[in-house]
Design a protein around this ligand. Structure first.
Ligand SMILES: Nc1nc2c(ncn2[C@@H]2O[C@H](COP(=O)(O)OP(=O)(O)OP(=O)(O)O)[C@@H](O)[C@H]2O)c(=O)[nH]1
Ligand SMILES: [Mg+2]
Ligand SMILES: [Zn+2]
Length: 230
């Protein structure tokens, strides 16, 4: 990296952080708890959110912002599952940024939502580095990705407030050393809970319990009074 690049990158991240702060203030004002869901392509993020929407129906109002390079397929799946859903297409972008989330947020009635989950672009790397204005990060790994992914992606494991190992039903069919995966996670982050899920079969109980604690936190918090720019 040369001397010219450094301020450019710093400015991009500074601008992102400023917009993220505006997003967070809007979320706090509306009393909605926001979770940034990060995992590799195909680990089961949308399947998890479909099951979440179905199982929370009638209990919580769930909104989802979903990022993919192309197609509206995930948003269509989530709408069909009963969530309020907005799709962001990033084109060549491999992560969501705060400005994209800000624009998507304007298509949702935040005051109606209890919980907003942002399904980031399938990628275990740079989504971790971009503040979107969320309150918590959920990291998802899939059994079919292999047992080394936590060790190879330490930043997500460090940053996550909760971790899921999804596709747990696939263990008999693929080579996956669960003890090694669990030890890798514990060595990187001993504080964060790791839940096993089979999203395809709707076996996501501990994840729903964790989401309930997030929403309860939001409800006990006084709503921030913020001046938002027009
Ligand atoms: N057996 C099994 N299959 C699963 C599970 N969760 C998801 N799948 C399957 O895994 C594939 C990918 O699931 P998606 O939910 O689309 O994955 P994603 O993480 O949203 O993918 P991207 O948005 O493209 O990054 C689909 O074929 C799902 O049916 C699970 O717990 N068990
Ligand atoms: Mg998806
Ligand atoms: Zn990226």
């Amino acid at each position: 990296m040369n001397a010219i690049d450094i301020p450019v990158i710093e400015n991009v991240l500074k601008l992102n952080d400023e917009i993220a702060a505006i997003n967070r203030a809007a979320f706090d004002e509306a009393g909605v708890r926001v979770v940034n869901l990060i995992g590799g392509p195909g680990c089961g993020k949308t399947t998890l959110l479909e099951a979440t929407a179905q199982q929370l129906a009638g209990r919580l109002c769930l909104g989802v912002i979903v990022g993919d390079l192309a197609t509206t397929r995930d948003a269509e799946r989530l709408l069909a599952a009963g969530a309020e859903a907005v799709q962001i297409n990033t084109g060549k972008g491999c992560h969501l940024d705060a400005n994209q989330v800000r624009q998507a947020t304007q298509r949702l009635d935040l005051t109606k939502l209890d919980l907003l989950i942002i399904e980031n672009v399938g990628n275990l790397i740079c989504p971790v580095g971009f503040d979107l204005g969320h309150h918590a990060v959920a990291g998802v790994f899939g059994v079919a990705e292999g047992d080394d992914k936590a060790a190879k992606h330490p930043h997500l494991v460090h940053r996550a407030d909760v971790l899921l190992l999804n596709q747990i039903d696939l263990r008999p069919h693929v080579k996956f050393d669960l003890d090694r995966f669990v030890a890798d996670v514990a060595a990187l982050n001993a504080e964060t809970d790791l839940f096993h899920t089979n999203a395809a079969a709707g076996q996501i109980g501990p994840w729903l319990d964790w989401l309930a604690t997030q929403v309860a936190w939001s409800r006990t918090r006084p709503r921030a009074r913020v001046e938002r720019p027009e």
